[in-house]
Design a protein around this ligand. Structure first.
Ligand SMILES: Cc1ncc(COP(=O)(O)O)c(C=O)c1O
Length: 370
């Protein structure tokens, strides 16, 4: 496979553009199209037999993303499929699991409602802590989400991995907001990366996908087996779309971070705007820790307007922004998180900076704020 850089470690852009692409061969495409086959001709040693068990389209994306994450990657049909596959695979009845109380709400709902029969001991901790010894005691799995969604708080992956391991627990990190270019949890000591690739990794708001990356090949095999037996698999077309989109991840993230930086600074000066948080701001409470463990800043920031009506007016006055409950895409989007039940003020805005021109966005957002 191309792009991995056996001789010289390659940069982010090169690895995104070339990762998972086959060796050049005359007459063959640079990025082969999706392979939709269900059964394959039988008879070869170690060849594909059935699309649900494995196929070349998954392997191409898994090779690229696994290289970026620094582990074995398992592609799944959504971020929630990745999280639920992990939880189903590693948790047994009566186990203790630690979840972020301020992370993506569906994870907590899944654990409380869908895994109710496992009678788990569920401990919920806000991302900035406090991380007490009691939190880790007898835990089987600790799931972090850093930067957290929607609050953009950050926790220390390396320190928490050490404590989780000392307690005998696995440490998983939801790396959706950062992407593997923004943060490499496995290099910081985490056992598992979970991610919604629906967001920045694919980045065009046109596909749902997720993945798990792990360091331990035995765990990778268990996760692949869980995928094969549950039947919850990513479609080859979606997988291929994400692979095609991965090629521009480096470029997209650069522009999104530039836009987030300019916008976070600009909105912070406006009357009626409070609680602006973006880890890239030097005054942000997460800045120092994020600067240590992250490789680049995210394109998502957040702030609070006085109430829900103020968010509505902001959206109506804007010529560029749209309301949408996702992030990391080409288009700048605004999500008023209280409408989904997050424990945040009514005027809390999660802003996903897209790839529009910085000057256009700043002008539009400032005039929309009035
Ligand atoms: C941090 C985080 N993790 C996981 C998910 C779930 O991803 P998906 O919608 O691809 O299932 C989301 C979705 O918003 C998310 O924000």
């Amino acid at each position: 496979m191309k792009g991995v850089g056996v001789q010289t470690p390659r940069g982010d852009g090169t690895r995104c553009v070339q990762g998972g692409h086959p060796e050049p061969e005359a007459g063959q495409p640079l990025l082969p199209g999706p392979v939709f086959a269900a059964p394959y001709h039988l008879g070869g040693e170690g060849t594909d037999v059935y699309g649900r068990a494995g196929n070349p389209t998954w392997r191409a994306l898994e090779s690229a993303v696994g290289d970026l994450d620094g582990g074995h990657c398992v592609v799944l049909p959504s971020g929630m499929a990745a999280i639920s596959t992990l939880l189903h695979t590693v948790l047994a009845p009566g186990d203790t699991v630690v979840l972020p109380s301020d992370g993506y709400y569906a994870v907590r709902e899944f654990v409380h409602d869908e895994l109710a029969d496992l009678r788990l001991d569920v401990r919920e901790v806000p991302t900035p802590g406090p991380w007490t010894d009691e939190t880790f005691r007898d835990a089987r799995l600790v799931l972090l989400e850093t930067p957290s969604n929607p609050g953009l708080d950050v926790c220390d992956i390396a320190a928490l991995a050490e404590r989780a391991h000392a307690a005998g627990a696995l440490l998983a990190v939801d790396n959706t907001t950062a992407t593997p270019l923004g943060q490499r949890p496995l290099e910081l000591g985490a056992d598992v990366v979970v991610a919604s690739d629906t967001k920045a990794l694919s980045g065009h708001s046109d596909v749902l996908l997720g993945h798990l990356s792990v360091r331990d090949s035995a765990l990778a095999e268990r996760l692949e087996r869980a995928r094969k037996l549950s039947g919850a698999i990513a479609g080859p077309f979606e997988t291929w779309l994400a692979h095609r989109s991965l090629g521009t991840l480096d470029l997209r993230l650069q522009r999104q971070a530039e836009n987030a930086a300019a916008l976070a600074k600009a909105v912070a000066k406006r009357p009626g705007v409070s609680e602006v948080r973006w880890p890239g701001l030097p005054a942000d409470p997460s800045h120092e820790l994020a600067a240590r463990q992250m490789r680049r800043w995210p394109g998502v920031f957040r702030f609070v307007l006085p109430d829900a009506a103020a968010v509505q007016r902001f959206l109506e006055r804007s010529e560029l922004l749209v309301a949408a409950t996702s992030f990391g895409g080409l288009h700048s989007t605004v999500d008023r998180r209280a409408q989904w039940g997050d424990a945040v003020p009514a005027g809390f805005v999660r802003f996903s900076a897209g790839c529009e021109d910085t000057a256009d966005l700043v002008e539009d957002v400032l005039q929309a704020l009035g």
